[in-house]
Ligand binder design. Structure first.
Ligand code: HPA
Ligand code: ZN
Length: 326
């Protein structure tokens, strides 16, 4: 078995995946057409050409613009089902999906429309494709904490469908402490917590995510490596990092594949996992992320196996279900 085939066949979990970031241009065109909404591109090729980002904000501007064609429950179902079919092809057997309700409610789409479409697809994913899943509600950190609190209120009737809350969007200038109250409230209601931290923001952002938000898992976390005491805490507490190699390269968080810190994280004893983040925008799904790292860093089958095991160990599955999948 070649190492690329080994990557393709090993069962994996994906823990950092924005459903809005799986929106392929072909589906975007189809949905824009049936909803009769205009998009600023005339062809699929033109859309792909526009996907050149120098940093996180350049990407987010395009990502939010694309999401604006999503209007009906069926649109959210189709978006989610398209990702699950990809996941099936890639031997992803468990996935924990982020969604950004404010991206849609701010445009006048009902919270119920968004979550029901996604939830129905996840049910079909489990029943027809055998893929288990969890849903994570992300607050947009460029908006106010008040808006996040309102979003949490809207989510409460759907508590059974949502496992955790998260924090995404523009990191620098929007530190975790801005959302301390809403994460406290979410914890009181029984939600787990995650947060994007240390992607563009420095190690202080990661520390705040741990101390102010009391998160259970760190999204990205690359810049934790700048603080040895923080690395020690992350290792000692067995906190997982959801690392996204192709995202880091596209957004120029890491300048080239051979400079990526993934292998270093494993060597330091950190529980790193590999994920695709926004695969329609960053040039590849989960296996492509494993492959780029394996080719650049010379990952062994043992290291790939460890990364796959970490993906289950770091998941929010109950312990007995983790055991079954590892
Ligand atoms: N970082 C912050 N916000 C995001 C990302 C990301 O990588 N993807 C989608 N929203
Ligand atoms: Zn992300």
């Amino acid at each position: 078995l070649s190492i690329h085939d080994f990557i393709r066949q090993i069962p994996k979990a994906e823990l950092h995946l924005h459903i809005e970031g799986t929106f392929e241009p072909e589906l975007m065109f189809a949905i824009a057409q049936r909803n009769k909404v205009a998009i600023p591109y005339s062809s699929v090729e033109e859309v792909r050409k526009a996907y050149q980002f120098g940093n996180l904000q350049d990407f987010l501007d395009i990502y939010y613009a694309g999401a604006a064609v999503l209007q009906k429950e069926q649109d959210f179902y189709d978006l989610t089902m398209a990702y699950l079919l990809k996941a099936k092809e890639e031997n992803i057997v468990h996935t924990e999906i982020f969604f950004d309700p404010q991206t849609h409610t701010e445009r006048g789409i009902a919270f119920n429309t968004v979550i029901t479409g996604i939830h129905k697809a996840l049910l079909d994913g489990e029943n027809k494709l055998g893929i288990t899943s969890k849903l994570i509600l992300c607050f947009l950190r460029h908006l106010s904490e008040e808006s996040a609190l309102k979003t949490l209120e809207q989510a409460l009737p759907y508590k059974e469908w949502i496992t955790a809350v998260g924090l995404d969007s523009s990191e620098v200038g929007n530190p975790p402490s801005k959302f301390q109250k809403v994460f406290e409230k979410a914890a009181e209601k029984g939600f787990l917590g995650v947060a994007h931290a240390g992607e563009e923001g420095n190690a202080e952002y990661v520390k705040e995510a741990l101390n102010a938000l009391k998160i259970d898992r760190i999204d990205h976390g690359n810049r934790s490596l700048e603080d040895p005491n923080l690395v020690k805490e992350i290792v000692d507490r067995k906190l997982a990092l959801t690392v996204c190699p192709l995202s880091n390269l596209k957004l120029q968080v890491v300048k080239s594949p051979d400079l990526h810190p993934l292998k270093k994280m494993l060597e330091l004893g950190m529980m790193a996992t590999v994920n695709s983040d926004d695969p329609a925008y960053f040039g590849g799904y989960l296996n492509a992320n494993f492959i780029v790292m394996t080719d650049a860093l010379g990952l062994s089958k043992e290291e790939i196996t460890l990364l796959a095991k970490n993906s289950f160990a770091a998941s929010f599955l109950p312990e007995d279900e983790k055991e079954e999948k590892i």
